[in-house]
Ligand binder design. Sequence first.
Ligand SMILES: [Zn+2]
Length: 525
Amino acid sequence: MRDFRHLLFFPGLLFASVLFPPGMAASPPPGDRPAPSSSATVIKGALILDGTGSPGRRSNVRIEGDLIVQVGKAAPAPGDAVVDGAGLALAPGFIDTHSHGDDQIFEHGDALAATSQGITTLVVGQDGGSYSPLARFFRRLERRPTAVNVASYAGHGTIRERVMGDDFRRHATPEEVERMKRLLGREMRAGAIGLSSGLEYDPGIYAAPEEVIELAKVAASHGGRYISHIRSEDRSFWKAIDEIIAIGREAKLPVQISHTKLAMRNLWGQADRLIARLDRARARGVNITGDMYPYLYWESTLTVLFPERNFEDRATAALVLEEIATPGGLLMTQFDPEPSYAGKTLAEIARVRRSDPVTTLIDMIRMSEAMRKETGRGAESVIGTSMQEPDVERLLAWRWMNFCTDGYLEGPHPRGFGSFPRILGRYARGRKVMTIEEAVRKASALAAANMGITDRGLIKAGQRADLVLFNPGTILDRATPADPHATSTGVHKVWVNGVLVFADQKATDERPGRVLRRSGSSDGA
Ligand SMILES: [Zn+2]
């Protein structure tokens, strides 16, 4: 949730440079380069988990160019490159439907955080923030391709900022909404897959529901969809769920809840109630789906904990520390006004300051906001533990829930490197929350369907050759808050558009990733 700090609303400078130094995951030296892929590759004898959820079967998969051309028993032909898949499983490349990879994609073209967990497509432009204009971002990506495919939403917050500037703490006028609609139309024609919003963040939080519906109708008219960091993940959660259902009903387009979670003590244990409400909406014709990452803790700002932006209010601060995250459960990962606080919990910082947690929280926001006003960029980041394991398990298993990381290519939360192996290893294999076939379906075919991507997500002749070869008996995340960039174990090889991008626990030097424009967009394929 709550990961908007990377978006600074300066026209023309939407993605300010990031807070984490570049330089991890260096490319292998030229001598280690894999041989150029031959015209055909056969992956032999792997357990094929084809993305449909049906039981795996051992078979061979033949790739020619960027396509899967055959699935079956046919033996490799002379001259084919052969990859031995014995003892391993082969799945469609995973699709991360809520990625913040756009922030650092040009610094980390190997996208190791993604490829090392089997992800072959990033869906970016999330939480209401996107590159603007998208056409320029897409052209830049095509000039400097990366290892993975990239699709993007158009961000409501970005568009709103373009139109309203600093004067965003109010409803938009009808004229302003018209200008937003025109800007969104331009982004949709450039190939955006839909509209994203971050209604818990500035400036989206100030938008009237009608404004969002009007814009969602524009996305719908282009065959697009809507995805949202909903207006509340805690105090006004049920109202926020009703709002996204209403958007789907009124604007008549598919809607998806971003990083679904029950992030407040008094919401715990209500996963079944949420699922029932979503299923009821589906039964009434609203195509509502969700994505989520498999952790009990989120990462965001401190300010997002104050939806009324009443940062000096002791009662609100006390409620936050009682109901949403305890002082021991708020771990600062960055605090520019006092860098020594990074790595400490709010409880520890309160002790250092010889103060109480409520006062400390209020003081820290005051310091951080002062710095943000001065520098124009977010000055703090926090990991907050707010969720409960039984809810996470129930929600992961919901039939319409696909998976995401909500992560950066280099960020402080381990989800950026660990989400998909954690689901496969910890939740499917270990806790048996779902079968491995079902986990793969949700990571691939369901994710593709939820994003409107039609030529990826299945192992089937004619699909693009995005593939992950992994060991279902050992795949597991290793990243932790203390070591968030540890790569997972059990992922053997990853192909994007038929080209190997990850092997031997390392990124290759290949950059076969493509821009995935919404099909039917005027610039798109
Ligand atoms: Zn979010």
